[in-house]
Design a protein around this ligand. Structure first.
Ligand SMILES: [Zn+2]
Length: 232
């Protein structure tokens, strides 16, 4: 007869996919979201240990930040793109929480991020949040907070309008269009803090730059930036 534990696991697996979210291999007992092989071999960056890295350079000369890092490199058609896609469009909030915990473990060991005092996700516009049902960046920031013990402020920023339809415009225009779309809900909650701003994927950095600018309007705020993945 099946034990209660086995029965419980079978019941549980009806709701939680038992395939690796990156390579679709069967997950073994004890594995969640990613198989051990993917945890070891997905293209992780060295950004948390290397302050001068390509993601930080995206912000150079545009907005002042303390440090920036991505967990993985992102290439079209590869496993990290599959992960990002499942998180954003596939309802897989657990992908964000899991990779967020991986980031949180790196944050506490990083010399440039270990004094971070609050984790803040890049918000979605309310219309988009209602359609999707969740903010993928907030799934990641929740995981970071859980693994690091750093305060989570999921509602610190408000997105005044959506801006993702600007992708075909010139780079300069796009930057202009995202400028000013974020607002800090209550400046007192972030004032004086080193904030870790979280997004799922970094491409041009223009959305994040706008969010950093909104945070830095509050006195004595410093910002570091982290994402699950960045273009190589
Ligand atoms: Zn895998």
């Amino acid at each position: 007869m099946a034990s209660f534990r086995e029965f419980g696991e079978a019941f549980f697996s009806l709701f939680y996919p038992s395939l690796c979210a990156a390579c679709a291999a069967d997950l073994r007992r004890g594995e969640q979201v990613l198989c051990l092989r993917c945890i070891l071999y997905l293209p992780q960056t060295d950004h948390f240990q290397r302050i001068e890295n390509p993601v930080r350079l995206l912000f150079a000369g545009k907005v002042g930040i303390r440090s920036a890092a991505a967990l993985f490199y992102f290439s079209k058609g590869e496993k990290v793109q599959q992960l990002a896609h499942l998180l954003k469009y596939g309802g897989r909030m657990d992908v964000g929480e899991f990779t967020g915990r991986m980031i949180g473990e790196q944050v506490v060991r990083s010399s440039s991020m270990q004094d971070v005092q609050a984790v803040v996700p890049v918000p979605l516009h309310l219309d988009r949040l209602r359609k999707r049902g969740y903010n993928q960046a907030a799934c990641i920031s929740a995981g970071i907070s859980e693994a690091s013990g750093i305060l989570h402020l999921p509602d610190a920023l408000i997105r005044l309008r959506a801006s993702d339809t600007q992708t075909r415009k010139q780079r300069f225009d796009r930057y202009q269009n995202v400028d000013g779309i974020f607002q800090v809900r209550d400046p007192a909650t972030v004032a004086g803090k080193h904030i870790l701003l979280v997004d799922d994927v970094i491409t041009t950095g223009s959305t994040l730059i706008a969010a950093v600018e909104a945070l830095r309007e509050v006195p004595k705020v410093e910002v570091s930036v982290v994402a699950m993945a960045a273009a190589r």
